[in-house]
Design a protein around this ligand. Sequence first.
Ligand code: SF4
Length: 302
Amino acid sequence: MTAPMLRLLSLGAGVQSTVLALMACRGELPGLDGAIFADTGWEPQSVYAQVDRLEAELSAAGIPLYRVSKGNLRGDALDPEHRFVSVPYYTHSAAGEDGMARRQCTSEYKLVPINRKVRELLGAKAPTFRTVPKGRVAEQWIGFSTDEMHRVNDRRQNRYTLKRFPLLELGMSRKDCERWLKVLGWGHTVKSSCIGCPFHGNAHWRDMRDNHPDEWADACDFDRRIRKGNAGAAPIRGEAFLHRSRVPLELAPIDRVTRREHADLQLEIFDEFAEQGDLDGCSPYGCRSGQPISPSTERTAA
Ligand code: SF4
């Protein structure tokens, strides 16, 4: 097998990939040639601050950070001139069925620009950066921890990258990573995801509402504007929502309810997923939550 000529970190800027970046900076993981952050254009300020802070650390260690982008996910979803990009909205069809749209946004706004940058770094020629010279391969570090084994898929996605999972080799869980970061003064590392990602749990939405009112207003405004789906496609016959209750975000039941209240309301909103959201976050390399749930509510069938 061809030996990799580059080691690159896919930097989501969440807990696990932040650990990998800092370990590389400290020499605890050797030989990192660069980190790539895919910017959807709609991350919260805390994530951009985290990326800036990491960039300073990486730069001091002589490791370049590459920021890549396919565009602004929010703007594109609301732009009637923009080709349809499927975001995993919760849907309620005209026939009364609940479902969920496909998650294509992660691939389009993260995986595609990351791979393009990898090909460029491996010597693919401008302007398309499509073809990597034969025999050139990059080792790509992905920050899955031991509690995320279900996400690991080491099947090769192309001929120019070899996936590697350093946290699995180190036997580190997410909790281990959090402890490691805390000791280093990085205890407030946030989960990277778009402001209006439908996979936020109630805890995330509450925190946004209570502590980041501008981002909350942004998400509520977006939610109102996607009721008929993204602007660049035919309107769906049902309705789309950011919150799993399938009511407008500003009215959605995101406050904690007691088990008694829950029983009285007879709502399924007190489970772990509703409260915490997708703990795995948004990764282009292993989607637990990105599978289509109900094709009947997808745009083409709605
Ligand atoms: S964070 Fe959510 S909305 Fe953003 S790219 Fe990932 S799945 Fe899509």
